[in-house]
Design a protein around this ligand. Structure first.
Ligand SMILES: NC(=O)c1ccc[n+]([C@@H]2O[C@H](COP(=O)([O-])OP(=O)(O)OC[C@H]3O[C@@H](n4cnc5c(N)ncnc54)[C@H](O)[C@@H]3O)[C@@H](O)[C@H]2O)c1
Length: 248
């Protein structure tokens, strides 16, 4: 059990990568607060962890609301007494690829993806420090490392997450490690509509040396490593988990 004794908050735990991560951390012995804008999603993931013999808490949280982020940490401490691990997986993608999105769409995506990574991190900082082995793992993207998403808001938000990760790693060392993963296209509800289009699938898959999209569990495995004590000497990294996409 690689997360025995740990207490984690996973934002975006109601779906996709966040759900797979919460389940994996729970299976590895962590007690997990499952936070999501969707109350049903958070509850379903918490129930699945408990059904597998773990301990979990479901929280309804908007990660763009700093007061809600503070309450999320308070509720986790009230139930589990400590906090060692934060995974920021809540995120949104643009409604449609658009080379010049309107202001509202820009603000929505940057607010959830970038501010929604910083605000939970800031709220969790005192408790993570107090734990003696705190870590934060953020969800950036290949589009935080290179262009190509046809969505400037998404690319800017994820580039922001990657460099926010480096800056917080410097600011908050040595007490708290801060890293991010940069997934390629992963088969989650976020990409379901896009993946239905055979033309899109074919043109995108051609850019993946491993010839397929990723599974949420493959991202959860990388997050587990970064969040565990096996990565005790790792901070400030942006780890691509992308089937080789950024190697080209
Ligand atoms: N799926 C991919 O291909 C892919 C690739 C690279 C990066 N990512 C990133 O990984 C993260 C998870 O993506 P996913 O594919 O699991 O998406 P998803 O849509 O399956 O899940 C995202 C979850 O975030 C929640 N959420 C959205 N806004 C929120 C808010 N304001 N407050 C709290 N929760 C909120 C949603 O309710 C949902 O449960 C995102 O940050 C995404 O940008 C995904």
């Amino acid at each position: 059990m690689r997360m025995q004794g740990k207490v984690a908050i996973v934002t975006g735990a109601g779906s996709g990568i966040g759900r797979a991560t919460a389940l994996r951390l729970g299976a590895e012995g962590a007690r997990v607060a499952c936070a999501d804008l969707s109350a049903d999603g958070a509850r379903a993931t918490a129930k699945a962890i408990e059904g597998a013999g773990g301990q979990a808490l479901a929280l309804t949280v908007d990660v763009t609301d700093d007061a809600a982020c503070a309450r999320m940490v308070e509720q986790t401490l009230a139930r589990f007494e400590r906090l060692t691990t934060l995974v920021n997986s809540a995120g949104v993608r643009p409604v449609a690829p658009d080379p010049a999105p309107p202001a509202d769409e820009w603000r929505r995506v940057v607010n959830v993806n970038l501010s929604g990574t910083y605000l939970p991190s800031r709220a969790a900082l005192p408790a993570l420090k107090a734990s003696g082995s705190g870590s934060i793992t953020n969800l950036a993207s290949i589009y935080g490392l290179v262009g190509g998403s046809m969505a400037p808001s998404y690319a800017a938000s994820k580039g922001g997450v990657a460099n926010l990760t480096r800056q917080l790693a410097l600011n908050w060392a040595p007490a708290v490690r801060v890293n991010c993963v940069c997934p390629g296209v992963i088969e989650t509800p976020m990409t379901a509509e896009l993946r239905k289009d055979p033309g899109w699938r074919e043109s995108v898959l051609r850019k993946y040396p491993l010839g397929r999209f990723g599974q949420p569990e493959e991202i959860a495995a990388a997050i587990l490593y970064l969040a565990s004590d096996e990565a005790a000497y790792v901070t400030g990294v942006a780890l691509p988990v992308d089937g080789g996409y950024t190697a080209i």
